[in-house]
Design a protein around this ligand. Structure first.
Ligand SMILES: [Zn+2]
Length: 428
């Protein structure tokens, strides 16, 4: 099936028709001939390259009660994504070629987004021995991003060896920056509010110290480092300094760290418990500024589904993490586009072009131009809706945006010319 997308505004520019044939963009222009093509009326919609997530927890294998590759892929497609990187902290851990190929195949079978496995840095996420990085890179899954996410690679000598190792195949180590000896028992951001609420604090320095160490290691080794879910103003400053020195470092910020603050903890609602924790207004402002000026390269959702029994308990017992895929674009519109800090080309850059480049993904994050793969999302920027967790495609319900009205609606998503979402609904 071929498609003629009529009257969409590529990257927010002038309206144009986009003709999709055989999985590719065949033409972009005025009043294109629709003969033989299905027409998708797109007047008033923004066309962006399909979004790419650097940080998704799909929970399969091991916790299929919380999410599966298929349900997470559907949530991703509904959020406008055409590729997601699946984090390695599954059960078993994705630390061998066998497990990453299993996840990659499940993604192919679901056929809703390209599921790109992330390989663990250390065996079993244990932080002691390097996993089979080369075998995962050479596998059918072609792993390029390695991360112990959920855990920090805390041992500096091991981190150095990982950086040296991945350099050989143009890989990157994605660090969950958290010095564990500074965050033992931590429940929320360490500051005035944690003191008032009587909850153990997670100091900003526990993140910033690891990032500072790792950019120096990356510089020394000459390897690529990616920093997951940057959450503090100080981290943004360190990244700005490292980039000015020419260190090969990239970074992501989550939608929730762009929108929410530690004030949410005052509700004691564990849906707001996340790692790293929600920070202060000042941090949120620095993260928005860092994303706007490119110090922070990308938005990464850290989509972290949890079963009800792991989340709806007392704050101290609840697992950290929040859903993110289905509302990521809306949060970016609310925090960055509507206030005028990022235009649509900027959204395409931070949510598609740069994450695809960091993951070395061919065919994603490409221009909307003839000959390119038809990985596209159509967004209605004028729509507004109140988030209802029961209506989400994710198998879990732990959305921090429940009851909140957010702008923007994904109307259609195309994966290599095949619609995975049409009229705001998943096609499969
Ligand atoms: Zn993490």
């Amino acid at each position: 099936m071929n498609y003629l997308i009529k009257g969409a505004r590529p990257l927010g520019g002038e309206p144009a028709d986009i003709l999709v044939e055989d999985g590719r963009i065949a033409a972009v222009g005025d009043s294109l001939d629709a003969t033989g093509a299905e027409v998708v009326e797109a007047t008033g919609l923004i066309a962006l390259p399909g979004l790419v997530d650097l940080h998704t927890h799909l929970r399969e294998p091991g916790r299929e009660d919380a999410e599966t590759v298929e349900t997470g892929s559907r949530a991703a497609a509904l959020g406008g994504f055409t590729a997601v990187h699946a984090m390695a902290n599954t059960d078993p851990v994705a630390d061998t070629a066998g497990v990453v190929e299993q996840v990659w195949r499940l993604g192919q079978e679901a056929g809703l987004v390209d599921v790109v496995p992330v390989g663990a840095v250390t065996v079993g996420l244990g932080g002691e021995r390097l996993a089979e990085l080369g075998a995962m890179a050479d596998s059918a899954a072609r792993v390029r991003i390695f991360s112990d996410d959920g855990h920090c690679v805390a041992d500096p000598a091991l981190m150095r060896r990982a950086l040296e190792y991945v350099k050989a195949f143009d890989g990157v180590v994605a660090q969950h920056a958290e010095e564990p000896r500074l965050t033992a028992g931590a429940q929320m951001h360490e500051g005035d509010r944690s003191a008032k609420l009587g909850l153990t604090g997670w100091p900003a320095a526990a993140e910033e110290g690891i990032i500072a160490r790792d950019v120096l290691l990356a510089e020394h080794v000459g390897a690529r480092l990616h920093v997951c879910h940057v959450s503090t103003a100080g981290s943004v400053e360190i990244l700005r300094w490292a980039k000015s020195r020419g260190v090969q470092v990239t970074a992501e910020v989550t939608p929730h760290h762009l929108l929410l603050t530690d004030a949410c903890a005052e509700s004691y609602d564990p849906v707001f418990k996340v790692n790293p924790p929600l920070r202060t207004d000042r941090d949120v402002e620095a993260l928005r500024a860092g994303l706007a000026d490119g110090t922070i390269d990308a938005v990464g959702t850290d989509h972290a589904p949890h079963a009800v029994e792991d989340k709806e308990s007392e704050w101290a017992q609840a697992r950290p993490g929040m859903l993110g895929l289905e509302q990521a674009l809306s949060v970016v519109i609310e925090t960055m586009v509507e206030p005028g800090r990022l235009d649509w080309a900027g959204v395409a850059d931070r949510m598609s072009v740069r994450p695809a480049a960091i993951g070395r993904l061919d065919g994603h994050g490409r221009p909307i131009a003839p000959g390119e793969p038809a990985n596209l999302v159509l967004v209605d920027p004028a729509a507004r809706a109140t988030v209802d967790p029961a209506a989400l495609a994710s198998r879990s319900r732990n959305s921090p945006y429940a009851g909140r009205e957010l702008p923007g609606r994904v109307v259609a998503t195309f994966l290599r010319g095949v619609p995975t979402v049409l009229d705001g609904k998943a096609t499969r």
